[in-house]
Write a protein that binds this ligand. Sequence first.
Ligand SMILES: Cc1cc2nc3c(=O)[nH]c(=O)nc-3n(C[C@H](O)[C@H](O)[C@H](O)COP(=O)(O)O)c2cc1C
Length: 199
Amino acid sequence: MTQDISPHSQPDPRLTVLNERRSTPVLALQTPAPDPEALAQIIAAATRVPDHGRLTPWRILEIPSERRESFAAAVQNCHRASDPDVTDAALEKDAQRFGNSPMLLVVISCIHENHKVPEFEQTLSGACVCFALLQAAQALGFAGQWLTGWAAYDAGIARLLGLAENECVLGFMHFGTASQAVPERARPALSDIYDRWKA
Ligand SMILES: Cc1cc2nc3c(=O)[nH]c(=O)nc-3n(C[C@H](O)[C@H](O)[C@H](O)COP(=O)(O)O)c2cc1C
């Protein structure tokens, strides 16, 4: 019996959703975004994540499209406050990122402090939500990208989002429809990331 797993076999069609998953850069996202029904479906599916202790240590905040312009302006103000030397180019990038993508969800980690479940594990559960949102959206024909950048770690942005002391941003999740086909990027070779313990 061979113990090898073959890197040459054809992708199993049952894994298509995973095998075809890729990010679409936020600037290549256009409308339509998921409508409320699709969004509810996506969130319901994407929050069936492993969760040690059933703590639900995460939540999702939508920045509604009609408030995105004012949100983007507030983000720029935070950027100016935290970095007086911020460049116009960086501020323009903020406006593009936070003002223009068709749908913006913020996945927030809500840590149960001093709990027997380590904080890292709670964070991992939230990261699973981020990834599952990408998969679920793509399964419904949408495209998306998981971004963090400076804003995920900025105290002013945390206040803007209304985060509690035990909360932080895990991802700014942008969704919409791909305006162009995104070229596949090289993925790690199986032989580089998989081994069998031999000791
Ligand atoms: C936690 C996290 C944060 C990320 N933040 C950024 C970011 O701020 N800017 C960026 O260009 N890509 C960021 N990425 C990478 C993209 O989401 C994406 O994975 C990358 O463009 C590769 O595309 P792929 O998902 O098709 O492999 C981040 C990924 C993760 C997991």
